[in-house]
Design a binder for this molecule. Sequence first.
Ligand code: GLN
Length: 254
Amino acid sequence: MEAALKTKTSSLKVLNLYHFFPDKLNLYGDRGNIISLVKRCEWRGIKLNVIEVSTTDGLTLDDMDMFFIGGGSDREQSLATDELQKIKGKLKQKIENGVPGLTICGGYQFLGKDYIDANGNRLETLGILDFSTVAKQPRLIGNVLIKSEKFGDIIGFENHGGRTYHSFDTLGKVEKGNGNDDESNQEGLLYRNLIGTYLHGPILPKNPTIADFLIEKAIEHRFGAQSAHDWMTALDNKLENQARNSVWQRVKNG
Ligand code: GLN
């Protein structure tokens, strides 16, 4: 009976994506990441429900299969931090259990223990992972090229004052631009199935290997490894790859 029930449920192919504070945290096309995830699921016959979270009151996260937090100004970051503090224990548990998440710039900085703004004020952040961000001048602005062992070539756009210092795995090595800071030549963070990155752009449409990683891990978390394998049919990424290659060449030679 239980087995029959399981088969029936998994044949529904439905996943839930929690999008935290889309009204406050959405810079430089971050919302395009959601569109990319929804589409790449749809092309595989998977329904990705997007749950827009504007308050965390009463939130259990029980049905959350994936989450997204975009970038924001220091002010909006501070407001969102107050809200996220209320669920940080649950969010940490989900991350530890392998729920995939994509967090961009301000959203990435939230995961650490603090953010020191340009005036030296300390904003206590979620403390889910042990790292710090310090804002300095000049702001790091421009196109970014990354060589990633896990995801291949990655392109994006950065605009941040914060320098993030940590010893977790990163997305890859910076070929052009800055990434986490202006010294290490490393970009982003990878912890279990959580990605932190400074790349706006949005990052996913032009870097579909990252989008597919998140989708695959979400399926795996909810329905198991076999379903993740079966549902992740190959998609034609010709246009996405052409777009990325053309930007790569332009930025590299620019
Ligand atoms: N306020 C942060 C910074 O400047 C985040 C900016 C962003 O999300 N683009 O570092």
